[in-house]
Write a protein that binds this ligand. Sequence first.
Ligand code: GLC
Length: 430
Amino acid sequence: MNLFEKSFLYITITLLSLLTVCSKPDNKRIVLAVGGAPSEVEFWEKIAAQCTEQTGIELQLIRQPTDTDQRRQNLVTALRAKKATPDIFLMDVAWIAQFAGSNWLEPLQPFMDKHTISDTSFFESVVKQADHYDNKLIALPVYVDGGLLYYRKDLLKKYGYEKPPETWNEFIDCAKTITEKERQKNKNFVGYVWQGAQYEGLTCNFLEFAGSDKPGIVIDSSSPIIHTKRNIEAATLMRDLIEPYNISPQNTYTDMKEEEVRIAFQSGNALFERNWPYAWKLHQSEGSAVKGLTGVALLPHFKDGRSASTLGGWHIGLSRFSKQKDKAFTCIAYLLSSEVQKQFTIQLGWNPGRPDVYNDSTVLQIMQHAPILKEVFNHTVVRPVVPYYSYMSAVIQRYLNAVLSGKIEASAAFIDCEKELQEISRRYSK
Ligand code: GLC
């Protein structure tokens, strides 16, 4: 071998070994798909690095978009193609059943048994209602969302109200009285902002108006029922708040999604707001007109009902097509540990699915409303856990939005809506 041949061999060997190091085969690392706001994804990168350091398993992120639907599409494509990655992913609670019904989720109990992690560490009602399918545990909560009533503490006090209203009648009286007075100084002031635009958030709001004694959408032996006295009462109230009560603004049914609602309240132009817990941290941020003035309570209810909070949030699942399920579960266990959940709470204002985090002193310091959150999460109402839920919700949103705009009466809307829902259920039921 001459010098040239020797050097060539040396370079080739070096390159080959470098390539082996750099391109670790896929079966070495665990791939996690997450999306959300850019700041949230940024934080996930940090958590993934920590997971790698702590568990010795390389956790790599696939960054997904912010939008729930795009995130779902993204995952559906990979799972339909039975791809081995992502091994683990976050799911909106609203689409867990679709994934489970498609048989894309690996049951978790056998892995839980091997690890020190127990499902009793999480909110029992959440795990029971959202994370089971065909009696199997197929997901676990990363963070939970529930509808909350935010209110202006200062204004209630100013007008002599000792506590936020509990029933809708009390709520209407209080909102009307204060709004009329406040409007004399600020013509943009409104009584109540909530999510009424035609999208998933509207279904969530409707379920809360309807209350939790009898959930607004019941699927009775595969037959959806929505045309009920309580639902008509709830949808009529939603409409009445806009008109004739003039408590909620006209653009409720055209524009109001989470961020529009949050901004209206945060700029000091609303007495009450319905939103998810994420809004709390932002309301308390520098520059917020409601910093230090915001209270949190359970949403109001009808006199003969009780407060209901739609269960939202994001859950982690393990792909049935993952080739490294044991290792993937080790990462899940790490991400769901108290330590990591605490970090999500402190940094992002998320609400962990584990009650123990709410007792932590640092968490309590930044979340003075933690006790009320705990109560909210014990009052949740769940969107129907069926694989065809997204199709049903699209129909419900269309009819409800028409009721809010005054185009159709609630009773007539629910008769037609129920027919469409039953047709969907016939088409998609097993
Ligand atoms: C929140 C909830 C999610 C819900 C969505 C509706 O992101 O966590 O469950 O589907 O709001 O807009």
